[in-house]
Design a protein around this ligand. Structure first.
Ligand code: TRP
Length: 328
């Protein structure tokens, strides 16, 4: 039997190349070896966008289409709308009894996010989303969660909660493991260490060729390189990190030409654009297909969610039995 993977994204907008390099490529690679569940995390999206639910509705489609466009096969992969899974909501409440407020407050990812969003006081829902994420992963007994570094504290918490819960109630919920993405974080077009929607420095999977070219044309390079005639420093150049991520074959050559002042930034960017557009062409084509067939996307989500509920309902019934909260 194949091991089960569960991973997912908050549905707060379209996915960008940081998501692509960091996780979507590996999702596509893992879909044969594992039984793969992709969670469209619309409840987690509400932790920051509770006052903007209509944005979340469209984003559920966008995130699903972005995943489909990179080649996730809907015949193999299960797409799940988080808010439609009662077992996740119920488990979240049960787990919340075993986690202290202090424990959540010390979570480094929560702290960083709160700082980035400028939150002084945290809502109960935001502070507690790692508990809800534990429910996401365990309602279906997922074995493995592919993640970026920032998600590790959440998986560690999940493991702790599951151990405590199993010890306490004699349940047999799977303790999930994480699989760390091997790709380091992609910087933003502005040179910021992170590409992010809220930072306004992202290239989206759904960007057209023209939009991509324009964004790359304006991307920050080595700011000390004021003339083509002087040598550049690829180590501080955002465009070079993109070459390494998307144009590995030419990257070494680009690097030495830059250091030897044999290529200017304009020409270097043109090489990158060409390669990125080659990579994105089939992705754009698939995305275009799904944009024209939104009914199909909705069916994929409905079918996946129904399958997840069959699993979740069965598991939560067993768990409640073990907890002695089913009346006999
Ligand atoms: N926290 C993840 C993010 O910010 C999204 C997510 C929600 C998730 N539930 C999950 C990831 C379960 C992995 C497993 O992108």
């Amino acid at each position: 039997m194949k091991k089960r993977i569960l991973t997912g994204d908050r549905t707060t907008g379209k996915l960008h190349l940081g998501h692509y390099a960091g996780s979507l490529i590996s999702r596509a690679q893992l879909q044969d070896e594992y039984e793969e569940f992709i969670l469209l995390a619309d409840v987690q999206a509400l932790t920051t966008h509770f006052n903007n639910p209509e944005l979340i509705n469209g984003s559920i489609y966008d995130v699903a289409m972005d995943n489909l466009s990179v080649g996730l096969d809907p015949e193999k992969v299960t797409f799940i709308q988080q808010s439609m899974i009662p077992a996740i909501a119920e488990l979240t409440i049960f787990y919340s009894m075993l986690v202290t407020v202090n424990q959540l407050g010390h979570n480094p990812t929560i702290k960083t996010e709160a700082k980035n969003y400028g939150y002084k006081e945290l809502t109960y829902g935001f502070l507690g989303y790692p508990v809800s994420q534990t429910a996401d992963i365990t309602f279906c007994n997922a074995d493995l969660v592919p993640v970026g570094e920032d998600q590790i504290p959440h998986i560690e918490l999940a493991r702790k909660i599951v151990r405590k819960f199993n010890d306490m109630y004699g349940t047999e919920i799977t303790e999930p493991e994480y699989k760390l993405s091997t790709v380091s974080r992609l910087p933003g077009l502005d040179g910021n260490a992170k590409m992010g929607k809220s930072l306004g420095n992202a290239v989206y999977l759904s960007d057209s060729e023209d939009v991509l070219n324009e964004k790359i044309r304006n991307a920050v390079t080595d700011t000390n390189r004021i003339s083509v005639k002087i040598s550049g420093n690829p180590d501080v150049c955002t465009v070079y990190t993109y070459h390494k991520a998307f144009n590995a074959e030419e990257a070494g050559n680009v690097c030495s030409m830059c250091k030897n002042a044999e290529i200017g930034c304009v020409a270097c960017k043109k090489l990158l654009m060409k390669r990125m557009n080659e990579i994105l062409a089939p992705i754009r084509e698939r995305r275009h297909y799904y944009e024209e067939h939104l009914d199909e996307v909705r069916d994929i989500i409905h079918t996946g969610t129904a399958k997840a509920n069959r699993i979740g309902n069965e598991n939560i019934a067993k768990i409640k039995e073990k907890m002695h909260i089913v009346l006999s």
